[in-house]
Unconditional design. Structure first.
Length: 344
C-alpha cells in the first residue's frame, strides 16, 4: 500500500529513484546533505508499506546513518508545505501508534505532587492571587492550574533533598515567590511577588531535579485536553506572563471551552520559540493563534512574528488581543476590556 500524496511529494525531491520492485526509493539525504561526489541519493525510504508498518527511512552514508519513521514534521523539514500531504502521513502514522507523530524527542512528564498547606505564608500568597485575579481560589483550585505556593513544602513532599541554588537564595524563593509548574514538570517557574523584587527579576527558573539543559522549555501551560484526531485547527493562546494567561483564560471571553485549545505563558521566552516548539511537540498542522499581549508591546512585533511563522506552519487565523483597561490580562474581570486586532 502506498500513500499517494506522500509518494508524489517524495518524487519531487532531488536524486529520487525507485527500487525495481517499487517498494523503496532513495532521495538526496537532507540530514547530512548527502555525497557531493556522486549523483546517487543515500536516504532510503520505504514507500510501499504493509498495514501497521511505518515508512522507515535510513541514510546509507557511513557518517550519517540517520534512521527512523517518516513523520509529518520530518516531511516538513524536507520541504513539504502541502497540508493534505502532511495530514495524509500524520493520519496514517496515527493508525500505527498515536505517539509516532509526537516526534522522537517527546519529553515525558514527571509526576510531582503539588501541595499547598494551609500555613500563614501560603495564606498570604493565596490572598495575593485572589486579589490579583479577582478569583476565589482555594488551595485545591491551585492544583488544577499547577500553582505551587511554597518551594520547601513541594521539595519535601516529593522527597527531593538537593537544592538548585544556595540555601539563602532558596529561602527567598520560598518566602517571596509563587511557582508555576512548567509544561514538562521539570521546572518551577517562580514569580517574584515581593514589592521590592528581592530576587532582582520577575521570574526565576528553578530546576526541580537533575541538570539544566540549554534547550529546556520553561513554559507554563494551563492543563487542557488536546486531541490530535480533532479535524479542527488547534487553538494556541500565548501571553507573556503566567498571571496574564490565567486572566485571559478565565475572562478573555474566548476559547476557554473550545476543545483543542492550549494556554501558554512564555515567562521570558520568545513567542517564536514557544509556538514552534509547541506545534512540533503536539504535531499540530493547522492552528489558530491568539496572542494576549502586554499593553506596552506594539503591533509591529506581532507582524514580524507572523512573517516568521508564515511558511513554517499553516495559520488559519492570528489575533492579537490587548487589555485596554490595564497593562495585561492578569487582573479581575472588571479590569479587562479586550480589544482584538486580526492579522489574518
Ligand atoms: Zn544522510
Amino acid at each position: 500500500m502506498k500513500l499517494p500524496l506522500v509518494s508524489a511529494f517524495l518524487k519531487t525531491l532531488p536524486r529520487y529513484k525507485e527500487s525495481t520492485d517499487g517498494r523503496q526509493c532513495v532521495v538526496k539525504c537532507h540530514f547530512c546533505g548527502d555525497s557531493t561526489k556522486s549523483d546517487t541519493g543515500h536516504l532510503s525510504i520505504k514507500i510501499d508499506v504493509d498495514e501497521g508498518e511505518g515508512l522507515l527511512f535510513k541514510c546509507f552514508r557511513a557518517d550519517c546513518q540517520h534512521k527512523g519513521i517518516l513523520t509529518s514534521s520530518i516531511l516538513q523539514d524536507m520541504g513539504c508545505n502541502d497540508l493534505d500531504t502532511l495530514l495524509e502521513l500524520a493520519g496514517y502514522n496515527k493508525t500505527i501508534n498515536k505517539s509516532i507523530e509526537k516526534g522522537f524527542n517527546v519529553k515525558t512528564n514527571r509526576n510531582y505532587q503539588l501541595v499547598n498547606l494551609s500555613i500563614s505564608d501560603n495564606k498570604k500568597k493565596l490572598d495575593y492571587i485572589n486579589q490579583r485575579l479577582g478569583t476565589n481560589f482555594t488551595t485545591e483550585d491551585l492544583r488544577r492550574f499547577k500553582i505551587q505556593l511554597g518551594l520547601y513544602e513541594f521539595l519535601r513532599v516529593n522527597y527531593i533533598n538537593k537544592l538548585a541554588f544556595d540555601k539563602k537564595y532558596c529561602d527567598i524563593i520560598d518566602e517571596w515567590t509563587i511557582s508555576f509548574l512548567s509544561m514538562y514538570s521539570d521546572y518551577l517557574i517562580c514569580r517574584d511577588i515581593s514589592s521590592k523584587e528581592f530576587l532582582g527579576k520577575k521570574y526565576t527558573m528553578y530546576r526541580i531535579s537533575g541538570k539544566p539543559n540549554p534547550t529546556d522549555m520553561k513554559l507554563y501551560c494551563i492543563p487542557t485536553e488536546i486531541s490530535l484526531l480533532d479535524p479542527n485547527p488547534a487553538e494556541i493562546n500565548v501571553a507573556e506572563g503566567a498571571f496574564s494567561i490565567i486572566g485571559a483564560y478565565l475572562y478573555g471571553g474566548y476559547g476557554k471551552t473550545e476543545p483543542n485549545s492550549l494556554w501558554l505563558a512564555n515567562c521570558g521566552s520568545e513567542y517564536l520559540n514557544t509556538i514552534l516548539h509547541v506545534i512540533k511537540q503536539y504535531g499540530f498542522l493547522d492552528i489558530r493563534l491568539n496572542i494576549w499581549s502586554d499593553s506596552e508591546i506594539g503591533l509591529k512585533k506581532y507582524e514580524k512574528l507572523l512573517k516568521e511563522l508564515n511558511g513554517r506552519l499553516h495559520l488559519s487565523s492570528m489575533d492579537v488581543l490587548y487589555n485596554e483597561a490595564d497593562n495585561d490580562f492578569g487582573h479581575p474581570k472588571d479590569h479587562i476590556s479586550t480589544k482584538k486586532i486580526s492579522l489574518i
